[in-house]
Write a protein that binds this ligand. Sequence first.
Ligand SMILES: Cc1cc2nc3c(=O)[nH]c(=O)nc-3n(C[C@H](O)[C@H](O)[C@H](O)COP(=O)(O)OP(=O)(O)OC[C@H]3O[C@@H](n4cnc5c(N)ncnc54)[C@H](O)[C@@H]3O)c2cc1C
Length: 392
Amino acid sequence: MLDFTLSKAQQEFRDYAHQVAVEEMRPISLECDRSEKIPESFFWNMQKRFWAGSAGQARMVSAEERQENVLSLLSQEEMAWGDAALSTAIPGPGLAAPPILAQGTPEQQAKFLGLYMDGQLHWGALALTEPGIGSDVSGIATTAIQDGDEWVINGHKHYITNGARADLVITFATIDKSMGRAGIRPFVVPKGTPGLKVGRIEEKMGLRASQTAELIYEDCRIPKDHLLAGREKSTKAGFKAAMGTLDATRPMVGALAVGIARAAHEMTTHWVKEELPKGYPAHKRRDIENELEELRQEIQMARFLVWRAAWMADKRIPNSKEASMCKAYAGGLVMKVTATGVRISAPGENSEAKQFLNKWFRDAKVFDIFEGTAQIQRLVIARRLFPEVEIP
Ligand SMILES: Cc1cc2nc3c(=O)[nH]c(=O)nc-3n(C[C@H](O)[C@H](O)[C@H](O)COP(=O)(O)OP(=O)(O)OC[C@H]3O[C@@H](n4cnc5c(N)ncnc54)[C@H](O)[C@@H]3O)c2cc1C
């Protein structure tokens, strides 16, 4: 049965994440956005908070109610409420974890994820996108050629979140271009491997404090056992790993979008209550209040779509359609809510509230792009709704 009533322990976990967002993220949010820099102290604070704090809280949640995906998105929503860019920089394996968990052997999981357990600052990244190859990852051009006990990787990735600071980069490459998507495999490339170079760091409109890097692989040699896909021997394993990763991460991205939308909605509501000019016509105020009420309902709907997709992932129910639905809906909604906030607060002074609304408006756009654009989510949904129709 589908039941989204949170247990007491889950609520406490969410409350803890919210407290962290209030205390660690909001106070530095605007400055990090301006400077595109994050102070080192933030990384350590988050490291400590999530080791001593929420990790401890998570341990209190019993096994049946742990629901890793649902728990994770409870915290993602709160982190994005605090600052979505900072949330992408919290130390940990991040996007590297899902493919390692889905495609790694038990030994690989212990080895690669064990790296993140030593209490130091470590990050992970996932590198799918290449110049010219984003939406259709089956065209990946980065190659991996086996040479004795090593794989030799050559290619070029861009727009990789945490790419320059990641200790492990899960790199998708083809072992044989003639095999098309069946030739794609995920490889674990550690930071500092000779031949792995960091290129340009993007200057962005939104999520400015989040690091987005270019990675260049030139005869980059990694040990043979850094090929994931050990659990699934079929030739489609690598492509399945890429797609399976998205089924797990799209609800998380949806949760981030809901977090920003909620933050913007709260701030706009507060602005209307406190700062709408005196003498503002009553009928116009009512229109604004109605608009905000409709948006509140839509945020709630987005949250339920996100929770359903994550709940299915926890139950091991195939969720590609639902993951795409929640990502497409939440990604569109966050742009609508933040745009409304900017419009409604337009007559105001350049208050802190307005600065936050402007920032969230800029941050929102990428939720329509990464982890698959809205057009691609609709293709995924359509393929599952109408499997008999050939969609190019
Ligand atoms: C801030 C940021 C962080 C990112 N982080 C990562 C990361 O960590 N790892 C990673 O691998 N990638 C990452 N990306 C890349 C991101 O996933 C891609 O930008 C995205 O998948 C789109 O790919 P593209 O930019 O190549 O656009 P394209 O695929 O070239 O698409 C361009 C446009 O064409 C449309 N389009 C394409 N194909 C179709 C179709 N068949 N039907 C209809 N419309 C279509 C798209 O919707 C889009 O509007 C990040 C991007 C950004 C901006």
